[in-house]
Design a protein around this ligand. Structure first.
Ligand code: ATP
Ligand code: MG
Ligand code: MG
Ligand code: MG
Length: 473
């Protein structure tokens, strides 16, 4: 079957609706009442209130396609076939209702029934937690052959405290054409490092309470939460080599080709990475800005800024020198309009936000890149392996390069960046701003001006926040 992404999303939701689940809308990427989370990063992240018992859902069975952002995957984007910053997680949830047996039987039915996905069961591999003999038994009961059930010690979902339990992940065998590793490589198995087996679905059986005393007590009411990456499933249906050759990404890639007068997608590996990064980041910033995020130097805003600037630097690699990213926003809106019509409705606003950030960065970009490339050449000529802190700080402060961007550019050519030296410069600048401010205290208007400047240049990388992208929460 060849289906469009919107048909596939709908098929998942229809299936679980038929099994008595209420369809929950895709919530905003910006968490509500949850200071522990920078972005919604999974379906279950929006349902914490049901799983911790503070709110009782009308229906204990729910299903959703949830937009999610994972900053821990930024550097994977474009390099692996399967990682995005923004992706949609399809999921089904049971709040103290059905458990392992039903979750497994329904997953198998959705994936293999000709009425639904209709995938060949021989292409599927199920990983289980070794001690979870129930999961193994239920997979066998629905017809999975024992040699397609793989025990993996890591299959235990645990964030240190609270609900936890084993999980079972489903891998799709894309065939020998997709082998990245030699047959005898120890990582060459479903669940290992070989791209041949694509992880599509994670089913979490949350059955224990991980106590502060570090014991695991059985939960009186057990829960199911699952996450299936829509873009990965679409790549299988659309026979795409990676997630990017699908109807969710190709329109942005085509548009980017048009902005670059000579580069084409699919010709050169390095250029392809740039095309994919641009398509991915255009999606993430468009949807996140539509949800109310704005570029800034702190928290979520810093992520948006970093994504925009990273996309622009990759545009440079393709020979695109003028502002272009904002023109991808309506293309993104078009690819998502069946399920997210708001994105297109907000296009003018979103374009404006991206464009002003883009114009601002473009003013200093060429000079910043020149400085960076000169410094890289010097560093290499002196046989050093690290870009010094003051340079990284100058790139940040004068040329608008997020620290991580400098670090990535450096690592492309095998260099490190002196993070500590960077922090020292940052600290010095804060001191200068503080002193200037206390001196300006009596100066009324001027003081306000300085305070504003200081806020604008304050740096708090998102990775310095105490927020981690935990697995599936
Ligand atoms: P991977 O091992 O491929 O990084 P994961 O094990 O980190 O994935 P989970 O936390 O299990 O992912 O999330 C559930 C599902 O969500 C995954 O099976 C996958 O289909 C999808 N998914 C997770 N991270 C991403 C991402 N960055 N981009 C696209 N899809 C993702
Ligand atoms: Mg991951
Ligand atoms: Mg995984
Ligand atoms: Mg997983």
């Amino acid at each position: 079957k060849t289906l469009s992404s919107s048909q596939i999303r709908q098929m998942f939701l229809d299936f679980f609706q038929e099994k008595g689940h209420a369809i929950e809308p895709s919530a905003s990427l910006i968490p509500v009442d949850d200071p522990t989370l920078l972005w919604i990063n999974s379906g279950v992240a929006t349902m914490k209130k049901y799983f911790d018992g503070s709110v009782v859902p009308k229906n204990p069975r729910m299903t959703s396609s949830q937009k999610s952002i994972r900053t821990n995957d930024i550097e994977n984007v474009g390099k692996t076939p399967r990682h995005h910053t923004l992706f949609e997680m399809l999921g089904n949830f049971s709040v103290g209702d059905y458990f392992k047996k039903e979750a497994i039987a329904w997953a198998f039915e959705l994936l293999t029934s000709p009425k639904w996905f209709g995938w060949d069961k021989d292409k599927l591999y199920m990983t289980v937690y070794p001690k979870d003999t129930d999961a193994k038994k239920y997979w066998e009961a629905v017809g999975v052959s024992p040699d397609h059930i793989i025990e993996i010690e890591d299959n235990f979902w645990d964030i240190g405290q609270g609900p936890s339990g084993p999980d079972s992940e489903i891998f799709y065998d894309r065939g020998a054409d997709f082998d990245e590793l030699a047959p005898d490589d120890p990582e060459n198995y479903p669940g290992g490092e070989n791209d041949r087996w694509l992880e599509v679905w994670n089913i979490v059986f949350s059955q224990f309470n991980h106590t502060p005393q570090d014991t695991y007590e059985p939960l009186p009411r057990k829960n199911i939460d699952t996450g299936m990456g829509l873009e990965r499933v679409v790549s299988i249906f659309q026979h795409a080599r990676t997630n990017f050759e699908t109807d969710l990404f190709l329109p942005m890639i085509k548009k980017t080709e048009a902005f670059s007068d000579h580069k084409k997608y699919g010709v050169n590996k390095q250029d392809d990475v740039a095309f994919r990064i641009i398509a991915d980041h255009a999606r993430a910033i468009t949807v996140a800005i539509g949800d109310g995020a704005l570029p800034s130097n702190v928290g979520r805003g810093y992520v948006i800024r970093r994504l925009i600037r990273r996309a622009i630097v990759n545009g440079q690699r393709l020979g695109i020198n003028a502002s272009f990213l904002y023109k991808l926003a309506p293309v993104v809106g078009e690819t998502l309009k069946s399920y997210y019509p708001k994105v297109l409705e907000q296009r003018e606003y979103i374009e404006k936000v991206i464009r002003s950030e883009e114009d601002r960065f473009n003013e200093t970009l060429a000079d910043g890149l020149k400085l960076l490339h000169d410094v890289i050449a010097d560093t290499k000529a002196e046989s050093k392996n690290e870009i010094d802190g003051p340079t990284a700080f100058k790139l940040y402060d004068t040329y608008g390069f997020p620290y991580e961007l400098t670090k990535e550019e450096a690592s492309e050519v095998g260099l490190d960046v002196d993070r500590q030296g960077f922090e020292v410069e940052m600290h010095k600048q804060k001191e200068r701003a503080r002193n200037a401010r206390s001196g300006a205290k009596s100066m009324g208007v001027q003081r306000d001006l300085l305070v504003k400047v200081k806020e604008d240049s304050e740096y708090v990388g998102y990775d310095t926040l105490d927020v981690k992208d935990a697995k599936l929460i």
